[in-house]
Design a protein around this ligand. Structure first.
Ligand code: GDP
Ligand code: MG
Length: 344
């Protein structure tokens, strides 16, 4: 194709849009924080059954579901009622979401609305060419211990999400306890800022061409056989490739279970300045291979910016995770920590 017609084709055919869709109260609030932090090229949605909550939310699009049956008053924790309610809007929503390349579906598990819609929509979109990435906030343990309805909703939704395989971003509210001296709203903002980094770095990886490119097709191809997968994110000084990998694995708010017995698949992308050497890149990749015991399948990409940078960033998709029993997944996590700078 000649360059003129190539440009015309690209502008007509390359969909470069991404969506972040908040489902229920927690999902909508998180999406609103993402919008406030700014993610160019990403459209935000808030979908809820609770009109009063939705009215307070800022998003590019807001959708009230199930007015006929739920009267805008929320789901009262009833997942079944939400699933009946969505039938009215399902086709329209599906059509709109299928216009995106990647759609992040965000919900806090435990309530009725988000816990019903997250697995439902994720499963619906799996058959399309849009990559749907579920983002689930796992509830605080005190909620699970004291509220059987929340517990059942969270367990069911999480089990359904893990069974689907694919990329699942499960953020642990329990891991936020290291920030417990901060006001609650601020703690949730810390978590949402972390989610913002996850979304931004994944979008950046597939959206901006690199020297060794990881495009959207490679990401989808990688995910197809990767089983249950998660995202790792790290930022370190260029002199510290080994620490970069260690940090990505340990200082995370994501909750996942690396199966030590099994060799997973890894897609790793390193982003750095013009001073990033081949030696540094190799040390990062060696550290990844060593840590994951020679992954069965490894793919990597890299991008260097025109100016020198002291910091490099690793974005990695790790597959072959163990599906936990839901009970295990909602158990309080052991080590926690986060030192990745959080946008204030
Ligand atoms: N409202 C709110 N709830 C959160 C947030 N993060 C996690 N949660 C949890 O989200 C779970 C579901 O609550 P909610 O989103 O209101 O339920 P839904 O509206 O019925 O989907 C609860 O267990 C909360 O602990 C947050 O940022 N805001
Ligand atoms: Mg709610």
């Amino acid at each position: 194709m000649e360059s003129d017609s190539l440009e015309a084709w690209a502008s007509a055919n390359l969909r470069s849009t991404f969506g972040v869709v908040g489902l229920g109260g927690a999902g909508s609030e998180a999406t609103q924080d993402l919008l406030a932090l700014g993610i160019p090229g990403v459209e935000t949605w808030a979908i809820n059954t609770d009109a009063a909550h939705l009215l307070r939310i800022q998003a590019d699009r807001r959708v009230l579901l199930g007015q006929r049956h739920l009267h805008g008053r929320g789901s009262g924790g009833d997942r079944e009622a939400v699933l009946s309610a969505i039938e009215d809007g399902r086709e329209e929503l599906q059509r709109r979401f299928e216009e995106y390349e990647i759609v992040f579906l965000v919900a806090g598990l435990g309530g009725g609305t988000g816990s019903a819609l997250l697995p439902y929509l994720a499963s619906l979109l799996r058959k399309s060419r849009t990559l749907a990435i579920p983002v689930a906030f796992l509830p605080f343990h005190v909620e699970l211990e004291t509220n059987p309805v929340r517990r059942a909703n969270a367990l069911e939704a999480l089990t359904e999400l893990e069974r689907m395989d694919g990329l699942l971003l499960a953020l642990s509210n329990e891991k936020l306890r290291r920030f417990e001296s901060l006001p609650i709203r601020r703690v949730l903002q810390v978590r949402n800022a972390y989610l913002h980094q996850l979304v931004a770095s994944l979008v950046d990886m597939v959206e901006n061409p690199s020297q060794l490119n990881v495009d959207l097709a490679s990401l989808k191809h990688h995910l197809r056989d990767a089983g249950l997968s998660t995202l790792l994110l790290g930022e370190q000084h260029v002199e510290e490739p080994e620490r970069l990998v260690h940090q990505a694995l340990t200082e995370t708010l994501l909750d996942f279970d690396l199966d030590e017995a099994q060799s997973p698949s890894v897609l790793a992308h390193v982003d750095g300045g013009s001073n990033l050497t081949l030696e540094t890149l190799n040390r990062v990749l060696d550290a990844v291979r060593h840590r994951f015991r020679q992954p069965q399948r490894m793919m990597f990409g890299t991008r260097t910016h025109p100016e020198p940078r002291q910091v490099m960033r690793l974005t990695a998709v790790v597959g072959g995770l163990r599906r936990r029993t839901a009970r295990e997944a909602l158990r309080p996590p052991a080590g926690t920590g986060l030192s990745i700078p959080i946008v204030q």
